[in-house]
Design a protein around this ligand. Sequence first.
Ligand code: FAD
Ligand code: SF4
Length: 436
Amino acid sequence: MSDFQIKEAPEVYDVIIIGSGAGGGMAAYELTKAGAKVCLLEAGQHYDPADPKYITQLKWPYQSPRRGASTRYRPFGDFDAAYGGWDIEGEPYTTKGDTKFRWFRSRMLGGRTNHWGRISLRFGPQDFKRYSIDGLGEDWPIGYEDVAPFYDEVDRLIGVFGTNENLPNDPDSIFLPAPKPRLHEMMLLKSNKNLGITTIPSRLSILTKPINDERGVCFYCKQCNRACVAYADFSSSSCLCKPASKTKNMDTIYYAMAREVLTDTKTGLATGVSYVDTLTLEEKTVRGKIVILAASACESARLLLNSKSARFPDGLANSSGVVGKYLHDSTGASRGGIVPALFDRKRYNEDGVGGMHVYSPWWLDNKKLDFPRGYHIEYWGGMGMPAYGFGWGIEDTNGMFADRNGNKKGGRRLWRFVERRLSPLLWRIHWYGRPR
Ligand SMILES: Cc1cc2nc3c(=O)[nH]c(=O)nc-3n(C[C@H](O)[C@H](O)[C@H](O)COP(=O)(O)OP(=O)(O)OC[C@H]3O[C@@H](n4cnc5c(N)ncnc54)[C@H](O)[C@@H]3O)c2cc1C
Ligand code: SF4
């Protein structure tokens, strides 16, 4: 390319943050509040759930040309607040050998927090000391008591509902009032009590009471996956990036796919970020004194591996050679069933928050079981607005259906363990990671 040139912005920022999801948004919020001049690089587009351009909340299926069905770029349906997917143009990836890994990525302000489940649980004291308990993995060098004050601060900031239960490994918090269980959840509470399965109100970051003037309160439309016009659900875009921008201390660059962290040859310190403008495919550089990688776990590892130089031939922060290895995913499985006792009941609005009102934290004693750690169970069911398709729509109309979704708790060698190594070769040949 004869006319290829790298465009460099003149300003030197205090901090450059790559990615605006849960991690990047929190860094942006805190740093801009403290007065730092920040540049936020986001590979995806702008998003504001209250901007009419993006609103899908409370829309009827017939208001979508596809009746709400999904597309490659809207994988959870036309109304869902997830822009991205498993298969993103220009961003291929490989897996090692015959291993399988489906990598879901969001490409938008706020990353995956726009459509996540808002389940906001803390690590418990045992989660920091697992090796001491079951001999698997490693103990953390810190304990629950070290992070508890920060959990408190975050829970106050984002607003989490729940109840204090004094459970050994599911710590209490500063909770907002929890919504009442609905009929199918009352039935679950009753039967689980008989079975000895601990079942308690959910812990979701949804406002059931006002916490500030910027965000409204939940009006129970059951559609958090579409994101909330009232900002009553937590997302990084609405609750962190938006206030950070308001400070005027932050410039956000959209469609900016970071390619590499640039470093000073003498000191080895970061000097900026090279990124590709995904609309024009131009390569650009932004300069800063500090660079924060918050592009999600796999993508941040890719960036480190791709940031090679004479001083860092294996990539940045990779002298140990473990960057991109030992990635661990959380897995889930679900089961559903018809509850005859719910047949022929009166129709009424059974919407609630955008998620389950009760759940079961891990309740059994692992010493008596042949596997370590555990899982939690999320319960779904009840009546709701019918949607496109069968399996996620029509069964909601009569409320006879109940579903259990078991989510495994993190732990090595637990039922399925995803261990792979990112393939630097492939990363380096696609658009946004060109070889140097
Ligand atoms: C369907 C679903 C439901 C979930 N539900 C829950 C839940 O209920 N509770 C829970 O605790 N967790 C949940 N999670 C997980 C949670 O959403 C993630 O752990 C969390 O969002 C990770 O934050 P992050 O900042 O690391 O990454 P993300 O939130 O993914 O943000 C990364 C951002 O970086 C941007 N980016 C990526 N690469 C680059 C690049 N090279 N240059 C510039 N920008 C880049 C992306 O576009 C994105 O905006 C869920 C996830 C999914 C997919
Ligand atoms: S359920 Fe509540 S928080 Fe979620 S989108 Fe509806 S009104 Fe907003």
